[in-house]
Write a protein that binds this ligand. Structure first.
Ligand SMILES: [Zn+2]
Ligand SMILES: [Zn+2]
Length: 192
């Protein structure tokens, strides 16, 4: 309010949301209360928390991995709720970007394929999410991707999942599941 610099010593309260914090600092000159965020925010959500969720999806680290890492660095750990929310948002954004990227890659693959032909050649492979020696045939999810031979870029992918946590929780509690972004899209066998 009075444009004088604030002093960290006058911080009376710290509230954290994930990796970010909001400091409540009283101005020693005009006594105004200032709420200072420790990072950029969009719609009351810290960017750094979204980046953490993106990093987790990128590296394949889970909640306990991240909290062990933060604890070792002497940084306060983050909550399950926060990570869950941010991962849902980040995951949805990644899917949109993936779709756009594949559209562009198909165009690129066509440009690099034999001139005058609308045919392209691709490699396709599929796998299961389950770890094992290749003798387990009951994985809950499988994925398949198609890669252009000329560009080496992903032109398409698909995922089949036999389970959904929200549906499973509802089933256990004998109630109908609340509306959710259901990922279950396969009822057959894993081999199928
Ligand atoms: Zn002031
Ligand atoms: Zn579901």
């Amino acid at each position: 309010m009075c444009t004088l610099p604030l002093v960290l010593n006058n911080c009376v309260e710290i509230t954290s949301q994930g990796l970010g914090s909001t400091l409540k600092i009283i101005c020693s000159a005009c006594q105004a209360t200032n709420l200072i965020s420790t990072g950029k925010k969009q719609n009351r959500v810290f960017d750094m928390n979204k980046k953490l969720a993106a990093a987790m999806l990128h590296t394949g680290l889970g909640e306990s991995d991240i909290n062990n890492l933060l604890a070792a660095l002497n940084i306060p750990t983050v909550s399950h709720f926060m990570l869950d929310q941010r991962q849902k948002e980040t995951g949805a954004a990644m899917e949109i970007v993936a779709k756009e990227s594949m559209k562009d890659s198909v165009k690129e693959e066509i440009i690099f394929s034999s001139p005058g032909s609308r045919r392209i050649s691709v490699s396709v492979d599929a796998g299961w999410q389950k770890r094992g020696s290749g003798k387990c045939y009951d994985s809950l999810s499988g994925h398949c991707s198609m890669i252009g031979n000329r560009t080496g870029k992903v032109l398409g992918y698909s995922i089949r999942s036999k389970s959904c946590r929200m549906c499973y929780e509802a089933f256990k509690a004998n109630r109908t599941p609340t509306e959710h972004n259901c990922k279950k899209n396969w009822d057959g066998s894993s081999k199928g």
